[in-house]
Design a protein around this ligand. Structure first.
Ligand code: PEP
Ligand code: MN
Length: 339
């Protein structure tokens, strides 16, 4: 929609109209009491490239169609995207994905024990970081490739597929060898080159919302993966920066039903990183189920006090079976069973 200034002349209006007509869009002039608006119906990209904002008599150009194309449910893609990770259906309206595991792979014993615990309690995917994005460069950055090998061992023993973070394109071969699902962390949501690398691999991608990213930006980031021909993308709301400091981040639960309206992609919630406090993880997980999330991703540790990363938000492994049962009961209220 092109809105003219109140002073725009007939000649300026005609010039805008003529320029629009060069692109083949359908042009509709809508005279108002104060200003005239011109509707351009057709390819928004073509219109964007015309430089209409700079023309005499133009006040502003207001896009009506959404800036994300492939992730949008408004265009060709009306059906929700559903895909299977090792036989577990993600994104179906009758399944709820419980993804759980340690924040970080610290040792073989720690990871295998947590993996057994979450597998026994109905998790469908094991999480665990081998390459960790840390705010301080002096913090523990993960075991790297040996960490991936431990995850592979946990997979072999429990049968659980593994999600782990792809932090850097330089690690792509090693991570792809062991991961069933690639995680793009919040800090890398706008690392467009990395998104393309992840898209090209063809493995499912768990894309976390950036710390200060809008939902439009999240969906445009998803477009980077989708445009590589990879349809298997899961979006994750993991809390955003707000003025509130009581919790580590502010969990934007409204993101879930909003995303459900505007995208066909599955949406999960990470109550662990959002809250930073294990006492809040269960109520937020139940909330995620109540607002229609396709699942959650949570951190679990057998001895959180000794954890090398994110101990305060880790659920006790000994409490996980009860946690899983109670969250599953809430998901069941929405017609969903554990994936
Ligand atoms: C994680 O899930 O391991 C993690 C680092 O989360 P985020 O990228 O959301 O901070
Ligand atoms: Mn963590």
């Amino acid at each position: 929609m092109i809105v003219m200034t109140p002073e725009a002349t007939e000649a300026e209006l005609a010039a805008v109209r003529a320029r629009l007509e060069t692109t083949g869009v359908h042009v509709l002039v809508l005279p108002g009491e104060l200003t005239t608006a011109i509707g351009a119906i057709g390819d928004p990209e073509g219109v964007r490239e015309l430089g209409l904002e700079g023309m005499a008599g133009v006040d502003r150009v207001v896009p009506i169609s959404r800036p994300y194309k492939l992730a949008s449910s408004e265009l060709a893609h009306h059906e929700p995207t559903v895909f299977s990770v090792d036989g577990h259906r993600i994104g179906a309206k009758d399944t709820f994905a419980l993804i759980a595991g340690p924040c970080t792979v610290e040792s073989r014993e720690q990871t295998l024990e947590v993996a057994r615990t979450v597998a026994a309690a109905g998790a469908c995917i094991l999480r665990g970081g081998a390459f960790k994005p840390r705010t301080s460069p002096f913090a523990f950055k993960g075991l790297g490739v040996p960490g991936l090998q431990i995850l592979a061992e946990a997979r072999a023993e429990t049968g659980l597929p593994v999600v782990t973070e792809l932090l850097d394109a330089a690690h792509v071969d090693a991570v792809a060898e062991h991961a069933d699902v690639l995680q793009i962390g919040a800090r890398n949501m706008q690392n467009y080159a990395l998104l393309e690398v992840a898209g090209k691999l063809g493995k499912p991608v768990l894309l976390k919302r950036g710390l200060s990213s809008s939902l439009d930006e999240l969906l445009m980031a998803a477009d980077y993966v989708l445009k590589e021909g990879n349809e298997r993308v899961v979006l994750c709301e993991r809390g955003i920066r707000t003025f509130e400091t009581a919790t580590r981040f502010t969990l934007d639960l409204s993101a879930v039903p909003w995303l459900k309206l505007h995208t066909h992609l599955p949406v999960i919630v990470d109550p662990s990183h959002a809250s930073g406090d294990r006492r809040l993880v269960e109520p937020l997980a139940r909330g995620a189920a109540a607002v229609g999330a396709d699942g959650i991703i949570v951190e679990v540790h057998q001895d959180p006090e000794a954890a090398l990363c994110d101990g305060p938000q880790a659920l006790y492994a000994r409490d996980f079976a009860g946690f899983s049962e109670r969250v599953a009961a809430h998901a069941a209220l929405g017609g969903r069973a554990l994936a």
